[in-house]
Write a protein that binds this ligand. Sequence first.
Ligand code: GAL
Length: 558
Amino acid sequence: MPTRLLLFPLLAFALACPLAAAPAPVSTDPAEVAARLAAIRTPPAPATPRINGARVVGARPEKPFLHRIPTTGERPLRWSVRGLPRGLELDPDTGIISGVTPAKKGTYTLRLRASNALGKTSAELDLVVGDTLALTPPMGWNNYNAFRLRISDSLIRAQADALVSSGLADHGYAYVNVDDAWEGVRAADGSIQGNERFPDMAALGAHIHSRGLKFGIYSSPGFETCGGFVGSLHYEEQDARAFASWGVDYLKYDWCSYIVDAGRLAADRHAELLPAHADRLRSLAAEYGPMRNDRRRPRPPEMSARMKEIEAEQKRLLSAIPAETLLAIERDIAVDAYRAMGRALEASGRDIVYSLCQYGEARVWEWGPEVGGHLWRTTRDITPRLSAILGIVNRQKGLEKWAGPGRWNDPDMLEIGNGALTPDEMHMQMTQWCVLAAPLLIGTDLTRLDPLVLGILANHEVIAVNQDRLGRQGWLLRKTGDAEIYVKPLEGGRWAVALFNRGEKPLVITFDRAELKLPAAAAVRDLWRQKDLPPSAPVTFVVAARGAEFVSVNPGEK
Ligand code: GAL
Protein backbone atom coordinates (compact mmCIF):
# COMPACT_ATOMS: atom_id res chain seq x y z
CA MET A 1 0.00 0.00 0.00
CA PRO A 2 2.03 2.94 -1.27
CA THR A 3 0.50 5.58 0.98
CA ARG A 4 1.98 3.87 4.02
CA LEU A 5 5.47 4.28 2.74
CA LEU A 6 5.92 7.97 3.28
CA LEU A 7 5.55 7.59 6.99
CA PHE A 8 7.59 4.42 6.94
CA PRO A 9 9.93 4.55 4.01
CA LEU A 10 11.00 0.93 4.22
CA LEU A 11 13.71 1.29 6.76
CA ALA A 12 15.73 4.33 6.11
CA PHE A 13 18.94 2.55 6.73
CA ALA A 14 18.16 -0.27 4.35
CA LEU A 15 17.70 2.32 1.63
CA ALA A 16 21.08 3.74 2.40
CA CYS A 17 22.80 0.37 2.54
CA PRO A 18 26.46 1.25 1.98
CA LEU A 19 27.02 -1.48 -0.59
CA ALA A 20 27.98 0.35 -3.75
CA ALA A 21 26.37 -0.81 -6.99
CA ALA A 22 29.78 -1.53 -8.43
CA PRO A 23 30.46 0.11 -11.77
CA ALA A 24 30.90 -2.55 -14.43
CA PRO A 25 34.52 -3.66 -14.50
CA VAL A 26 36.34 -2.23 -17.48
CA SER A 27 37.09 -5.50 -19.24
CA THR A 28 40.44 -6.31 -20.81
CA ASP A 29 39.20 -9.51 -22.43
CA PRO A 30 39.75 -8.89 -26.19
CA ALA A 31 36.47 -10.52 -27.27
CA GLU A 32 34.47 -8.50 -24.76
CA VAL A 33 36.27 -5.29 -25.67
CA ALA A 34 35.54 -5.95 -29.34
CA ALA A 35 31.86 -6.64 -28.59
CA ARG A 36 31.53 -3.43 -26.62
CA LEU A 37 33.21 -1.44 -29.38
CA ALA A 38 30.89 -3.02 -31.94
CA ALA A 39 27.89 -1.97 -29.84
CA ILE A 40 28.78 1.73 -30.09
CA ARG A 41 26.11 3.60 -32.03
CA THR A 42 27.03 7.23 -31.38
CA PRO A 43 29.36 8.64 -34.04
CA PRO A 44 32.39 10.51 -32.70
CA ALA A 45 31.89 14.27 -32.31
CA PRO A 46 33.51 16.17 -35.19
CA ALA A 47 36.75 18.10 -34.65
CA THR A 48 34.99 21.27 -35.84
CA PRO A 49 33.18 23.20 -33.09
CA ARG A 50 29.61 22.28 -32.17
CA ILE A 51 27.53 23.91 -29.42
CA ASN A 52 25.46 21.31 -27.58
CA GLY A 53 22.91 21.26 -24.79
CA ALA A 54 19.80 23.22 -23.90
CA ARG A 55 18.92 26.37 -25.80
CA VAL A 56 17.22 27.94 -22.80
CA VAL A 57 18.32 28.52 -19.22
CA GLY A 58 16.33 29.99 -16.33
CA ALA A 59 17.60 32.22 -13.53
CA ARG A 60 16.16 34.61 -10.97
CA PRO A 61 16.97 38.33 -11.00
CA GLU A 62 20.16 39.55 -9.32
CA LYS A 63 21.53 36.10 -8.52
CA PRO A 64 24.99 34.64 -9.06
CA PHE A 65 25.05 32.94 -12.45
CA LEU A 66 27.38 30.37 -14.00
CA HIS A 67 27.06 28.68 -17.37
CA ARG A 68 29.68 26.71 -19.25
CA ILE A 69 28.80 26.74 -22.95
CA PRO A 70 28.82 23.01 -23.78
CA THR A 71 30.94 22.76 -26.92
CA THR A 72 32.60 19.83 -28.63
CA GLY A 73 35.47 20.24 -31.08
CA GLU A 74 39.22 20.18 -31.12
CA ARG A 75 40.90 22.35 -28.51
CA PRO A 76 41.89 25.10 -28.23
CA LEU A 77 38.48 26.66 -28.76
CA ARG A 78 37.55 30.28 -28.34
CA TRP A 79 34.13 31.63 -27.56
CA SER A 80 32.35 34.96 -27.94
CA VAL A 81 28.84 36.02 -26.89
CA ARG A 82 26.70 38.88 -28.14
CA GLY A 83 23.76 40.17 -26.16
CA LEU A 84 25.16 39.49 -22.68
CA PRO A 85 23.34 41.70 -20.19
CA ARG A 86 25.41 43.93 -17.91
CA GLY A 87 26.67 42.02 -14.88
CA LEU A 88 27.57 38.89 -16.83
CA GLU A 89 30.85 38.23 -18.58
CA LEU A 90 32.40 35.53 -20.71
CA ASP A 91 35.83 33.99 -20.37
CA PRO A 92 36.67 33.59 -24.09
CA ASP A 93 39.19 30.81 -23.42
CA THR A 94 36.94 28.54 -21.37
CA GLY A 95 33.45 29.44 -22.61
CA ILE A 96 32.31 30.06 -19.04
CA ILE A 97 29.77 32.84 -18.52
CA SER A 98 29.63 34.13 -14.96
CA GLY A 99 28.47 37.11 -12.92
CA VAL A 100 25.14 38.31 -11.61
CA THR A 101 21.83 38.18 -13.50
CA PRO A 102 20.06 41.44 -14.34
CA ALA A 103 17.42 42.93 -12.03
CA LYS A 104 14.95 43.23 -14.86
CA LYS A 105 12.96 40.11 -15.64
CA GLY A 106 12.74 39.07 -19.28
CA THR A 107 14.32 36.91 -21.95
CA TYR A 108 17.87 37.83 -22.96
CA THR A 109 18.88 36.13 -26.18
CA LEU A 110 22.59 35.40 -26.16
CA ARG A 111 24.29 34.80 -29.49
CA LEU A 112 27.03 32.29 -28.83
CA ARG A 113 29.96 31.66 -31.14
CA ALA A 114 32.71 29.09 -30.86
CA SER A 115 35.71 28.70 -33.14
CA ASN A 116 38.85 26.62 -33.48
CA ALA A 117 41.52 26.10 -36.13
CA LEU A 118 39.08 24.04 -38.17
CA GLY A 119 36.01 26.20 -38.22
CA LYS A 120 33.37 28.10 -36.34
CA THR A 121 29.76 27.73 -35.26
CA SER A 122 27.04 29.75 -33.60
CA ALA A 123 23.89 29.15 -31.60
CA GLU A 124 21.34 31.10 -29.60
CA LEU A 125 20.74 30.65 -25.90
CA ASP A 126 17.75 32.28 -24.21
CA LEU A 127 18.53 33.37 -20.68
CA VAL A 128 15.10 33.69 -19.08
CA VAL A 129 15.35 35.88 -15.99
CA GLY A 130 12.18 35.23 -14.04
CA ASP A 131 10.88 33.00 -11.30
CA THR A 132 11.62 29.57 -12.73
CA LEU A 133 14.79 27.50 -12.58
CA ALA A 134 15.49 24.18 -14.33
CA LEU A 135 13.69 25.10 -17.54
CA THR A 136 15.06 21.85 -18.96
CA PRO A 137 15.73 18.66 -16.95
CA PRO A 138 18.89 19.02 -14.81
CA MET A 139 21.95 17.22 -16.22
CA GLY A 140 24.99 16.21 -14.24
CA TRP A 141 26.46 13.51 -12.02
CA ASN A 142 25.70 12.19 -8.52
CA ASN A 143 27.95 9.89 -6.50
CA TYR A 144 25.34 7.61 -4.91
CA ASN A 145 24.83 4.87 -7.51
CA ALA A 146 28.55 4.19 -7.87
CA PHE A 147 29.93 5.04 -4.45
CA ARG A 148 27.04 4.99 -1.97
CA LEU A 149 28.31 6.56 1.25
CA ARG A 150 32.02 6.04 0.55
CA ILE A 151 32.87 9.53 -0.62
CA SER A 152 35.34 12.28 0.13
CA ASP A 153 36.31 15.74 -1.02
CA SER A 154 39.09 14.35 -3.21
CA LEU A 155 36.80 11.77 -4.82
CA ILE A 156 34.26 14.46 -5.72
CA ARG A 157 36.96 16.75 -7.12
CA ALA A 158 38.33 13.92 -9.26
CA GLN A 159 34.84 13.22 -10.60
CA ALA A 160 34.25 16.90 -11.36
CA ASP A 161 37.54 17.01 -13.24
CA ALA A 162 36.59 13.83 -15.13
CA LEU A 163 33.22 15.32 -16.09
CA VAL A 164 35.24 17.91 -17.99
CA SER A 165 38.14 15.77 -19.26
CA SER A 166 35.81 13.00 -20.52
CA GLY A 167 33.98 15.56 -22.68
CA LEU A 168 30.65 14.96 -20.89
CA ALA A 169 30.51 18.57 -19.74
CA ASP A 170 30.74 19.52 -23.43
CA HIS A 171 27.36 17.82 -23.86
CA GLY A 172 25.63 19.79 -21.12
CA TYR A 173 26.25 17.72 -17.97
CA ALA A 174 26.81 20.46 -15.42
CA TYR A 175 25.82 19.47 -11.85
CA VAL A 176 28.29 17.68 -9.59
CA ASN A 177 26.01 16.43 -6.84
CA VAL A 178 27.35 15.23 -3.51
CA ASP A 179 24.84 12.79 -2.01
CA ASP A 180 24.55 11.63 1.58
CA ALA A 181 27.66 11.23 3.84
CA TRP A 182 29.31 14.65 3.56
CA GLU A 183 27.70 15.92 6.79
CA GLY A 184 29.56 16.44 10.04
CA VAL A 185 28.13 17.37 13.43
CA ARG A 186 26.59 20.77 14.13
CA ALA A 187 28.78 23.38 15.82
CA ALA A 188 27.67 24.94 19.13
CA ASP A 189 25.85 27.72 17.25
CA GLY A 190 23.95 25.08 15.28
CA SER A 191 25.85 25.60 12.07
CA ILE A 192 26.26 22.59 9.81
CA GLN A 193 29.67 21.61 8.55
CA GLY A 194 31.31 18.87 6.54
CA ASN A 195 32.74 15.79 8.27
CA GLU A 196 36.43 14.85 8.35
CA ARG A 197 36.26 13.66 4.74
CA PHE A 198 34.83 17.03 3.68
CA PRO A 199 36.99 19.54 5.52
CA ASP A 200 36.03 22.63 3.51
CA MET A 201 32.72 22.66 1.69
CA ALA A 202 33.20 26.18 0.31
CA ALA A 203 36.57 25.19 -1.17
CA LEU A 204 34.96 22.13 -2.78
CA GLY A 205 32.25 24.37 -4.24
CA ALA A 206 34.89 26.75 -5.56
CA HIS A 207 36.76 23.88 -7.21
CA ILE A 208 33.61 22.69 -8.95
CA HIS A 209 32.73 26.23 -10.04
CA SER A 210 36.25 26.82 -11.35
CA ARG A 211 35.50 24.10 -13.92
CA GLY A 212 32.31 25.94 -14.92
CA LEU A 213 30.26 23.21 -13.22
CA LYS A 214 27.56 23.48 -10.57
CA PHE A 215 27.65 22.22 -7.00
CA GLY A 216 24.91 19.99 -5.63
CA ILE A 217 24.42 18.82 -2.08
CA TYR A 218 22.10 16.57 -0.04
CA SER A 219 20.14 16.84 3.20
CA SER A 220 16.90 15.68 4.81
CA PRO A 221 13.81 17.35 6.28
CA GLY A 222 14.18 14.91 9.16
CA PHE A 223 16.55 14.89 12.12
CA GLU A 224 18.89 12.63 10.24
CA THR A 225 19.49 11.51 6.68
CA CYS A 226 18.96 8.07 5.22
CA GLY A 227 22.60 7.27 5.94
CA GLY A 228 22.31 8.37 9.57
CA PHE A 229 23.98 11.78 9.19
CA VAL A 230 22.55 14.98 10.60
CA GLY A 231 19.46 16.32 8.81
CA SER A 232 18.03 19.84 8.55
CA LEU A 233 14.95 19.55 10.80
CA HIS A 234 14.57 22.84 12.74
CA TYR A 235 17.70 24.23 11.02
CA GLU A 236 16.23 24.85 7.59
CA GLU A 237 17.06 28.55 7.32
CA GLN A 238 20.46 28.24 8.88
CA ASP A 239 21.36 25.33 6.61
CA ALA A 240 20.07 27.06 3.48
CA ARG A 241 22.23 30.08 4.34
CA ALA A 242 25.24 27.81 4.87
CA PHE A 243 24.62 26.03 1.57
CA ALA A 244 24.37 29.37 -0.23
CA SER A 245 27.58 30.58 1.40
CA TRP A 246 29.35 27.45 0.06
CA GLY A 247 28.08 28.19 -3.45
CA VAL A 248 25.55 25.36 -3.58
CA ASP A 249 23.41 25.30 -6.75
CA TYR A 250 21.24 22.20 -6.14
CA LEU A 251 19.78 20.47 -3.09
CA LYS A 252 18.44 16.92 -2.92
CA TYR A 253 16.21 16.71 0.15
CA ASP A 254 15.54 13.15 1.23
CA TRP A 255 12.64 12.14 3.49
CA CYS A 256 13.91 9.12 5.47
CA SER A 257 13.97 9.95 9.18
CA TYR A 258 10.82 12.04 9.24
CA ILE A 259 9.08 8.82 10.23
CA VAL A 260 8.26 9.28 13.88
CA ASP A 261 7.95 13.04 13.69
CA ALA A 262 5.37 12.49 11.02
CA GLY A 263 3.50 10.16 13.38
CA ARG A 264 3.43 12.82 16.09
CA LEU A 265 2.35 15.49 13.62
CA ALA A 266 -0.42 13.22 12.39
CA ALA A 267 -1.61 12.84 15.99
CA ASP A 268 -1.38 16.58 16.72
CA ARG A 269 -3.13 17.78 13.62
CA HIS A 270 -5.62 15.03 13.06
CA ALA A 271 -6.46 13.83 16.55
CA GLU A 272 -10.10 13.49 15.44
CA LEU A 273 -9.07 10.79 12.97
CA LEU A 274 -7.07 8.93 15.53
CA PRO A 275 -9.28 9.11 18.60
CA ALA A 276 -7.98 5.91 20.10
CA HIS A 277 -4.34 6.47 19.28
CA ALA A 278 -3.41 10.14 19.34
CA ASP A 279 -2.06 10.07 22.89
CA ARG A 280 -0.12 6.90 22.30
CA LEU A 281 1.44 8.33 19.11
CA ARG A 282 2.51 11.43 21.01
CA SER A 283 4.06 9.47 23.81
CA LEU A 284 5.90 7.25 21.35
CA ALA A 285 7.32 10.33 19.66
CA ALA A 286 8.29 11.81 23.05
CA GLU A 287 10.17 8.65 23.94
CA TYR A 288 11.80 8.47 20.51
CA GLY A 289 13.01 12.10 20.48
CA PRO A 290 15.87 11.84 22.99
CA MET A 291 17.08 8.60 21.45
CA ARG A 292 17.28 10.06 17.98
CA ASN A 293 19.13 13.06 19.36
CA ASP A 294 21.67 10.88 21.09
CA ARG A 295 24.80 11.27 18.98
CA ARG A 296 26.52 8.08 20.11
CA ARG A 297 27.49 5.95 17.12
CA PRO A 298 27.00 3.10 16.91
CA ARG A 299 23.89 3.40 18.99
CA PRO A 300 23.71 1.11 22.00
CA PRO A 301 21.94 -2.05 20.74
CA GLU A 302 19.09 -1.80 23.24
CA MET A 303 18.40 1.75 22.06
CA SER A 304 18.33 0.72 18.40
CA ALA A 305 16.02 -2.15 19.25
CA ARG A 306 13.64 0.14 21.15
CA MET A 307 13.60 2.65 18.27
CA LYS A 308 12.61 -0.12 15.88
CA GLU A 309 9.83 -1.21 18.24
CA ILE A 310 8.50 2.33 18.38
CA GLU A 311 8.57 2.64 14.59
CA ALA A 312 6.73 -0.67 14.27
CA GLU A 313 4.10 0.29 16.82
CA GLN A 314 3.51 3.63 15.15
CA LYS A 315 3.11 1.89 11.84
CA ARG A 316 0.54 -0.44 13.36
CA LEU A 317 -1.45 2.41 14.88
CA LEU A 318 -1.50 4.46 11.70
CA SER A 319 -2.47 1.52 9.54
CA ALA A 320 -5.92 1.72 11.11
CA ILE A 321 -6.55 4.94 9.17
CA PRO A 322 -8.30 4.54 5.79
CA ALA A 323 -5.88 4.88 2.88
CA GLU A 324 -7.41 8.08 1.44
CA THR A 325 -7.31 9.79 4.82
CA LEU A 326 -3.76 8.70 5.44
CA LEU A 327 -2.80 10.08 2.03
CA ALA A 328 -4.28 13.46 2.97
CA ILE A 329 -2.41 13.45 6.28
CA GLU A 330 0.84 12.47 4.63
CA ARG A 331 0.44 15.15 2.06
CA ASP A 332 -0.15 17.79 4.69
CA ILE A 333 2.91 16.79 6.64
CA ALA A 334 5.16 16.46 3.63
CA VAL A 335 4.03 19.79 2.18
CA ASP A 336 4.96 21.57 5.39
CA ALA A 337 8.30 19.81 5.73
CA TYR A 338 9.32 20.48 2.13
CA ARG A 339 7.94 23.99 2.08
CA ALA A 340 10.10 24.97 5.06
CA MET A 341 13.26 24.26 3.07
CA GLY A 342 11.75 25.58 -0.17
CA ARG A 343 11.20 28.97 1.43
CA ALA A 344 14.62 28.94 3.05
CA LEU A 345 16.28 28.23 -0.30
CA GLU A 346 14.36 31.02 -1.98
CA ALA A 347 15.52 33.42 0.70
CA SER A 348 19.11 32.18 0.56
CA GLY A 349 20.33 34.64 -2.06
CA ARG A 350 21.26 31.95 -4.59
CA ASP A 351 19.45 30.08 -7.30
CA ILE A 352 19.30 26.59 -5.81
CA VAL A 353 17.50 23.87 -7.74
CA TYR A 354 15.35 21.95 -5.28
CA SER A 355 15.04 18.18 -5.71
CA LEU A 356 12.44 16.48 -3.53
CA CYS A 357 13.30 12.91 -2.68
CA GLN A 358 10.43 11.08 -1.02
CA TYR A 359 9.97 8.25 -3.44
CA GLY A 360 6.80 9.52 -5.10
CA GLU A 361 4.59 9.09 -2.05
CA ALA A 362 1.62 11.36 -1.28
CA ARG A 363 1.36 12.14 -5.01
CA VAL A 364 4.27 14.54 -4.82
CA TRP A 365 3.85 15.61 -8.46
CA GLU A 366 0.63 17.37 -7.45
CA TRP A 367 2.25 19.58 -4.81
CA GLY A 368 5.96 19.62 -5.66
CA PRO A 369 5.90 23.01 -7.42
CA GLU A 370 3.83 24.56 -4.64
CA VAL A 371 6.64 23.94 -2.11
CA GLY A 372 9.29 25.33 -4.46
CA GLY A 373 10.40 21.95 -5.87
CA HIS A 374 11.83 21.71 -9.38
CA LEU A 375 11.96 17.92 -9.55
CA TRP A 376 10.73 15.05 -7.43
CA ARG A 377 11.47 11.38 -7.25
CA THR A 378 8.50 9.35 -8.41
CA THR A 379 9.66 5.96 -7.15
CA ARG A 380 12.01 4.24 -4.76
CA ASP A 381 15.72 3.71 -5.43
CA ILE A 382 16.91 2.47 -8.78
CA THR A 383 19.37 -0.44 -9.09
CA PRO A 384 21.47 -1.52 -12.07
CA ARG A 385 19.13 -4.29 -13.21
CA LEU A 386 16.83 -3.92 -16.19
CA SER A 387 13.88 -5.36 -14.28
CA ALA A 388 14.24 -2.61 -11.66
CA ILE A 389 14.56 0.04 -14.35
CA LEU A 390 11.49 -1.19 -16.21
CA GLY A 391 9.51 -1.38 -12.96
CA ILE A 392 10.28 2.29 -12.42
CA VAL A 393 9.34 3.13 -16.01
CA ASN A 394 5.95 1.44 -15.55
CA ARG A 395 5.23 3.80 -12.69
CA GLN A 396 5.75 6.92 -14.80
CA LYS A 397 2.59 6.30 -16.79
CA GLY A 398 0.07 9.08 -16.42
CA LEU A 399 2.56 11.41 -14.74
CA GLU A 400 3.35 13.23 -17.98
CA LYS A 401 0.70 15.85 -17.38
CA TRP A 402 2.51 17.07 -14.25
CA ALA A 403 5.87 17.70 -15.93
CA GLY A 404 7.07 20.82 -17.70
CA PRO A 405 9.75 23.51 -17.59
CA GLY A 406 10.77 23.93 -13.94
CA ARG A 407 8.80 20.86 -12.77
CA TRP A 408 10.14 17.42 -13.56
CA ASN A 409 9.22 13.88 -12.60
CA ASP A 410 12.41 12.15 -11.51
CA PRO A 411 12.59 8.37 -12.03
CA ASP A 412 15.99 8.39 -10.27
CA MET A 413 19.51 8.47 -11.60
CA LEU A 414 21.16 6.74 -14.52
CA GLU A 415 22.73 3.32 -13.98
CA ILE A 416 24.52 3.35 -17.34
CA GLY A 417 28.02 1.96 -16.76
CA ASN A 418 27.01 0.11 -13.58
CA GLY A 419 26.37 -3.51 -12.67
CA ALA A 420 25.89 -6.00 -15.45
CA LEU A 421 23.69 -3.89 -17.74
CA THR A 422 24.29 -4.94 -21.34
CA PRO A 423 24.99 -2.43 -24.13
CA ASP A 424 21.38 -2.74 -25.34
CA GLU A 425 19.99 -2.29 -21.83
CA MET A 426 22.09 0.82 -21.37
CA HIS A 427 20.82 2.25 -24.67
CA MET A 428 17.36 1.40 -23.39
CA GLN A 429 17.72 3.37 -20.16
CA MET A 430 19.15 6.42 -21.92
CA THR A 431 16.42 6.36 -24.58
CA GLN A 432 13.74 5.99 -21.94
CA TRP A 433 15.06 8.79 -19.73
CA CYS A 434 15.34 11.12 -22.72
CA VAL A 435 11.85 10.43 -24.02
CA LEU A 436 10.48 10.90 -20.49
CA ALA A 437 12.26 14.27 -20.07
CA ALA A 438 13.80 12.82 -16.91
CA PRO A 439 16.71 14.50 -15.13
CA LEU A 440 19.95 13.05 -16.52
CA LEU A 441 22.16 12.43 -13.52
CA ILE A 442 24.98 10.07 -14.40
CA GLY A 443 25.60 7.53 -11.64
CA THR A 444 28.82 5.84 -12.65
CA ASP A 445 32.53 6.37 -11.95
CA LEU A 446 33.60 9.01 -14.44
CA THR A 447 37.26 8.13 -14.12
CA ARG A 448 36.62 4.67 -15.59
CA LEU A 449 34.39 5.31 -18.60
CA ASP A 450 34.83 3.11 -21.63
CA PRO A 451 34.00 4.33 -25.16
CA LEU A 452 30.67 2.50 -25.19
CA VAL A 453 29.40 4.09 -21.97
CA LEU A 454 30.71 7.46 -23.06
CA GLY A 455 28.96 7.13 -26.40
CA ILE A 456 25.64 6.30 -24.73
CA LEU A 457 25.87 9.23 -22.35
CA ALA A 458 27.17 11.72 -24.90
CA ASN A 459 24.99 11.58 -27.98
CA HIS A 460 23.97 15.19 -28.61
CA GLU A 461 20.91 14.33 -30.72
CA VAL A 462 19.57 11.96 -28.09
CA ILE A 463 20.23 14.50 -25.35
CA ALA A 464 18.56 17.23 -27.41
CA VAL A 465 15.26 15.33 -27.09
CA ASN A 466 15.62 15.37 -23.30
CA GLN A 467 16.57 19.04 -23.26
CA ASP A 468 13.92 20.17 -25.75
CA ARG A 469 12.56 23.57 -24.87
CA LEU A 470 8.89 22.51 -24.80
CA GLY A 471 9.68 20.42 -21.75
CA ARG A 472 7.03 17.81 -22.53
CA GLN A 473 7.34 14.41 -20.91
CA GLY A 474 6.76 11.62 -23.43
CA TRP A 475 4.13 8.93 -23.00
CA LEU A 476 3.32 5.39 -24.04
CA LEU A 477 1.55 5.58 -27.38
CA ARG A 478 1.16 1.88 -27.99
CA LYS A 479 2.05 -1.45 -26.40
CA THR A 480 1.90 -4.67 -28.34
CA GLY A 481 3.28 -7.61 -26.40
CA ASP A 482 6.88 -6.78 -25.55
CA ALA A 483 6.96 -3.81 -27.95
CA GLU A 484 6.36 -0.36 -26.55
CA ILE A 485 6.32 2.90 -28.48
CA TYR A 486 6.77 6.16 -26.59
CA VAL A 487 6.32 9.59 -28.18
CA LYS A 488 7.38 13.07 -27.09
CA PRO A 489 6.42 16.30 -28.83
CA LEU A 490 9.36 18.57 -29.65
CA GLU A 491 9.76 22.20 -30.57
CA GLY A 492 8.78 23.10 -34.13
CA GLY A 493 6.11 20.42 -34.58
CA ARG A 494 8.66 17.58 -34.51
CA TRP A 495 8.28 14.37 -32.49
CA ALA A 496 10.64 11.96 -30.84
CA VAL A 497 9.58 8.33 -31.13
CA ALA A 498 11.20 5.61 -29.04
CA LEU A 499 10.78 1.93 -29.85
CA PHE A 500 11.40 -0.44 -26.95
CA ASN A 501 11.67 -4.20 -26.94
CA ARG A 502 11.19 -5.54 -23.42
CA GLY A 503 11.41 -9.16 -24.54
CA GLU A 504 14.21 -11.69 -24.69
CA LYS A 505 14.34 -11.97 -28.50
CA PRO A 506 14.90 -9.38 -31.23
CA LEU A 507 11.60 -7.94 -32.40
CA VAL A 508 10.50 -6.15 -35.56
CA ILE A 509 8.77 -2.97 -34.43
CA THR A 510 7.02 -0.70 -36.90
CA PHE A 511 5.85 2.82 -36.34
CA ASP A 512 3.51 4.45 -38.79
CA ARG A 513 3.66 8.23 -39.08
CA ALA A 514 -0.15 8.22 -39.35
CA GLU A 515 -0.26 7.12 -35.67
CA LEU A 516 0.70 10.72 -34.86
CA LYS A 517 -1.28 12.13 -37.77
CA LEU A 518 1.99 13.07 -39.43
CA PRO A 519 2.31 13.15 -43.23
CA ALA A 520 3.64 9.97 -44.81
CA ALA A 521 6.58 11.98 -46.17
CA ALA A 522 7.65 13.38 -42.78
CA ALA A 523 11.44 13.05 -42.51
CA VAL A 524 12.72 10.46 -40.04
CA ARG A 525 16.14 10.52 -38.43
CA ASP A 526 17.85 7.77 -36.48
CA LEU A 527 19.01 9.69 -33.40
CA TRP A 528 21.45 7.16 -31.99
CA ARG A 529 23.32 6.77 -35.29
CA GLN A 530 22.67 10.39 -36.31
CA LYS A 531 21.52 9.41 -39.79
CA ASP A 532 18.51 10.31 -41.89
CA LEU A 533 16.44 7.27 -42.78
CA PRO A 534 15.37 6.75 -46.38
CA PRO A 535 12.08 8.57 -46.99
CA SER A 536 9.72 5.63 -46.78
CA ALA A 537 6.77 4.73 -44.63
CA PRO A 538 6.41 3.05 -42.20
CA VAL A 539 9.47 3.18 -39.94
CA THR A 540 10.67 -0.34 -39.17
CA PHE A 541 13.50 -1.52 -36.93
CA VAL A 542 14.64 -4.89 -35.73
CA VAL A 543 14.96 -3.87 -32.10
CA ALA A 544 17.45 -5.90 -30.09
CA ALA A 545 16.22 -7.97 -27.14
CA ARG A 546 15.93 -5.71 -24.09
CA GLY A 547 16.88 -2.80 -26.31
CA ALA A 548 15.66 0.41 -27.89
CA GLU A 549 15.75 2.52 -31.04
CA PHE A 550 15.11 6.22 -31.15
CA VAL A 551 14.04 8.48 -34.02
CA SER A 552 12.78 11.98 -34.61
CA VAL A 553 10.02 12.72 -37.07
CA ASN A 554 9.90 16.07 -38.76
CA PRO A 555 6.82 17.03 -40.76
CA GLY A 556 8.77 19.97 -42.22
CA GLU A 557 7.58 23.51 -42.84
CA LYS A 558 3.95 24.09 -41.93
C1 GAL B 1 17.94 7.23 -0.34
C2 GAL B 1 17.79 7.97 -1.66
C3 GAL B 1 19.04 7.67 -2.46
C4 GAL B 1 20.24 8.19 -1.68
C5 GAL B 1 20.29 7.60 -0.26
C6 GAL B 1 21.39 8.23 0.57
O1 GAL B 1 16.79 7.41 0.38
O2 GAL B 1 16.65 7.54 -2.34
O3 GAL B 1 18.96 8.25 -3.74
O4 GAL B 1 20.20 9.59 -1.63
O5 GAL B 1 19.05 7.74 0.38
O6 GAL B 1 21.48 7.74 1.86
